[in-house]
Design a protein around this ligand. Structure first.
Ligand code: GLU
Length: 310
């Protein structure tokens, strides 16, 4: 008989400010999914961008999770301390002959000549793929490093968004894994960290849906199993605006003054279709009625009633 693998979920916040309503929603869904299957939760601070993140924000985040009742079993080291580990995985790519240095500047990459997709992202056209050693030396500056991608479709069943697929060669191009300043990029760090922590399910905001195939490709190269994915909808203000860290009145610093954690959790659960009426509820109680089938995939408009009440 196949051994049943224990579920391991994760929170992977970026400590660059106070959690806002959208972050709380994604964290709640990750927690509910794992806990409703008696799974474990892992916390990891994604602080690769040391300019924007801080240990103080990370501490506040831990306190906010505690206030919400979103418990976790272990915290893995923050990404800013993991450079030497990421080096090891970088060398795996190097040994496979998949890396090459890229000297393109930001403005070259974003120039009108670069092929752009309808969602505004660009496809790297492979400019530096076949430079000769002499051409590389002539730049006299440290390069970023890209991993070659192949012409292959990556597909998976997202628990909320359904079937999703992407051809990395056509829709992304060779990916940067390490920047010219030596900092590893999100896609590599998250793949290594989730893989090493034994994460079996990734639950996060819909804005990261197209990152999943990128991470699946790296998982395969590093020998990690693929986790399952659930990309939860974005929360929108009544006027259709996406909520962001700029909505200061919707960050937890403000929300905590106006409502209790069960009130906030009940509001989110009602907005996404998990509860049929808006009532205070604890994460534990909610985990008993949680089901992905009840969670809608499209954006969630917070109606005027909710908007005024939060
Ligand atoms: N650190 C990312 C964020 O806060 C989430 C990354 C992930 O869940 O993979 O938006």
């Amino acid at each position: 008989m196949d051994e049943i693998k224990p579920v391991v979920g994760r929170f992977a916040p970026t400590p660059s400010g106070r959690m806002h309503l959208g972050n709380v929603f994604a964290a709640l869904m990750a927690w509910l999914s794992a806990r409703s299957q008696d799974g474990e939760m892992v916390l990891r601070m994604e602080d690769l961008d040391t300019q924007r993140t801080s240990a103080e924000f990370a501490q506040t985040l831990r306190e906010d999770l505690q206030w919400l009742g979103l418990t976790y079993d272990r915290e893995t080291p923050p990404q800013s301390t993991r450079g030497p580990v990421y080096d090891t995985y970088f060398h795996i790519l190097e040994e496979k002959g998949l890396l090459y240095p890229c000297y393109c500047t930001r403005s070259q990459l974003h120039s009108v000549n670069a092929p752009h997709l309808s969602d505004g992202t660009y496809v790297y056209p492979g400019t530096c793929r076949n430079l000769t050693p002499e051409q590389r030396e002539a730049f006299h500056r440290p390069p970023a490093w890209r991993v070659r991608v192949d012409d292959r479709i990556w597909e998976f069943e997202d628990r909320v968004q359904g079937h999703y697929f992407l051809n990395l060669a056509e829709q992304c191009g060779d990916m940067v894994v390490r920047r010219a300043d030596g900092v590893y990029v999100y896609q590599l760090a998250v793949t290594v960290d989730d893989g090493e922590a034994g994460v079996t399910e990734v639950v996060r905001g819909m804005d990261l849906l197209s990152s999943a195939p990128r991470q699946m490709y790296l998982q395969e190269l590093f020998g990690f199993p693929h986790p399952s994915y659930a990309h939860v909808p974005m929360l929108l203000a009544p006027d259709g605006r996406r909520l962001s860290k700029r909505d200061r009145d919707l960050d937890l610093g403000e929300l905590r003054k106006r409502m209790t954690a069960p009130e906030l959790i009940g509001t989110l659960a009602y907005s996404c279709g998990l509860l049929s009426k808006r009532e205070p509820i604890s994460p534990q109680e909610l985990s008993r009625v949680f089901s992905w089938d009840a969670v809608r995939g499209d954006s969630i408009y917070l109606d005027e009633f909710i908007w005024k009440g939060i």
